[in-house]
Every structure is written in structure tokens, then in C-alpha cells.
Design a protein around this ligand. Sequence first.
Ligand SMILES: O=C(O)CCC(=O)C(=O)O
Ligand SMILES: [Fe+2]
Length: 354
Amino acid sequence: MYETEVENKSNEDSKKVSEFMRIQKLFRQETRNQYGKQIPKDKRKPLDYSIVLDFHNIEGNIKENRDLIIDCCENVTKNQIDFNKETDFYLEPSQWEVYGLKGYPGFYFIPSPFTDRQQKKWVKDALEIYANPPNSTNLVPFFGKVDNLWQNAVREIRGDKDISIPRPLDKNGKELPTYRSLLDKLTWATLGYQYQWTPRVYSEEFHEKMPEDLKDLVRKIAIATQFDPYTAEAATVNFYSEDSIMGGHLDDAEEEMEKPIISISFGSTAVFLMGGENRDITPIPLFIKSGDIVIMGGRSRYCYHGVAKIVENSFNDQLLQDQNEETRIQMQWIKDKNRRININTRQVFKVPKS
Ligand SMILES: O=C(O)CCC(=O)C(=O)O
Ligand SMILES: [Fe+2]
């Protein structure tokens, strides 16, 4: 999955920088001055986002980007989706907007079909369920399985004085730093068929149950974009913060490549790069905002992509308002470091096994 390009600084002149890397670098802010001194955040040169395609403000796009946007609302089949107002965590599909991207048949973008309340539900599940055992996370090889990561971290964040929170233990029973610091180190969790990052294969042996509501959501998105039947058998949950990027990569470990990757994101805005079949094709930068859905099928399923930037101060403050204290803490935690949570699903096998 993540075979990313490594920038070779010493060799930069002799080695041509790929187009993917060139565009990625446009969103890299200078953090140190010529003397190597850290530049305070508010003194850094602001980035220019004018070339970033925005599906939320079609008319506001530069002409080149405007010409790439295809309105697909008419030719998708949203009316075939059964919708239960009481239990479904998204707005009625007939209200969804669906856009395509010229040159990428099979790529679709649905600007957020979630209410604020529904967005908070997916963030809560990512933090309180998806990042906990039995699912695997990047923490496991270093710290063993960490139970109730968010649930314990929140007590530290809240500064609960009357309850002494035992420090988490590693596999050998040695005390670990706080849950809060472990939470800061969380970068990914995997659901369903567990992807083995080193051999780059899915393991049939390590298989956890996929969350039913997530499966149901993406099944309906697949109906809307004519990729049904679609069974989400695996998912990656990515946890980004202000300085995170994801280098250009292909997701090609799935036996079934005709079915799309369906991706939902919450929290801060990302500049996502939609590239081509190799890194020398210039990628299109586009904003993914909180609640947006990206469907990478057709050609885009075989194309390089990545995240060039998490946009500073892009968190929607409206999400901070909530009756529930824990939800408010969760949203403040996302806002504090421009965090972003991305959940993307894949059908792994041609004949689904789950
Ligand atoms: O965060 C995103 O929007 C993209 C994530 C991604 O490409 C991946 O997990 O393979
Ligand atoms: Fe990817």
C-alpha cells in the first residue's frame, strides 16, 4: 500500500524531482530561517492555496480547475438507496451532491452529506472503537495492545484529580508514558482484514469484524456511484495532525481493484493530491473538508495520491458546540492541533469473504 517517494536531499540536483513531489512541495511551509532557527507559526510565509480545486465553491475555482469539475448529480442513482432517518448517520441520499473529475472516470466527490452531529459520531467511533483492540494500530509493535486509549487519555486531558489513572503498561509490564502521549503517537488503525504493512499483503489469519454501520454507509455510497455490489472488507483509519503529510502512493494490495476505495474525512481540511499512474504525471491538488466523501474507482484506483498539507486553522468551530462534555473535549482535541481523521474502505477479494 504505502510505497512512498523518499526525497533525496543531497541528490536533489542530480535526481529529477518528480511532478508529484514538485506539487507536494508547494504546500511545504518554511519552518526554519536561513540560520536554522525555528520561525514562529504566526511569522511563517502563508501558503498560496489558489491552485487547489474546491468542490465546495465551484464558481470560486480558477478556470483550469473549474474546467475539470463534472456535475454528476443527474447521472447517479441515489434514489435506489434505502434510507432510514432514525438510524442512518448521513443526510438523505437524494440530497447528496456528486461531482466527478475530468480525466478520471470512476472518481467521485460528495461534499459532506453529514450533519455536525453525524460527523461527531464517526470521530467518536474512530477514537473510542476503531483505535482500540482487537483492531491493530501503529502503536501495537511498540507498546503492545493499548486498551481504552481515548477513554483513559480523556481523563488525563480533563485533569481528573480524584481518580488516579494508572500509567499504561507495555508488553513486559513496564510503565509507559501517559495515555495522552500515546494518543499523540497514534497515526493509523486497521479494521477488518488486517493489512500487513511490511509484506504488503492482507492477512487472512488476522481478521476482525468490520463495523456494520460503516459497511452500510459505504455500500450505499457504492450504489450511488454505480459500484455496487460493494462489501467493505478492510479499512484504514488515518489520524493526522498539523504537520502530517502522506507521501504519494498506490493502494494496490487488494485482489479486487475494480471496486473503489471509499474515503470519509473529519476535522481539519486536507490538500489531497490526485496524481496519475506514475509520479511524473502532475497531480491535481484538491481540498477535502470535514465530512467529505471521496470515491477512488476506475482510473483513479490505479493512480498515485497523497496528502500534501493539513490546512492551518481550518477546523469548523461550530463542531465545538455540544451538550456532551466528552464530545466537546474530543472536538477541542481535534481543533488544538489541526487534527484530521480519515477512514477509507476497500473490498479486498473479488468474491467477498466477509
Ligand atoms: O487521508 C486521505 O485522504 C488519504 C488516505 C490514503 O490515501 C490511504 O490511507 O491510503
Ligand atoms: Fe491511499
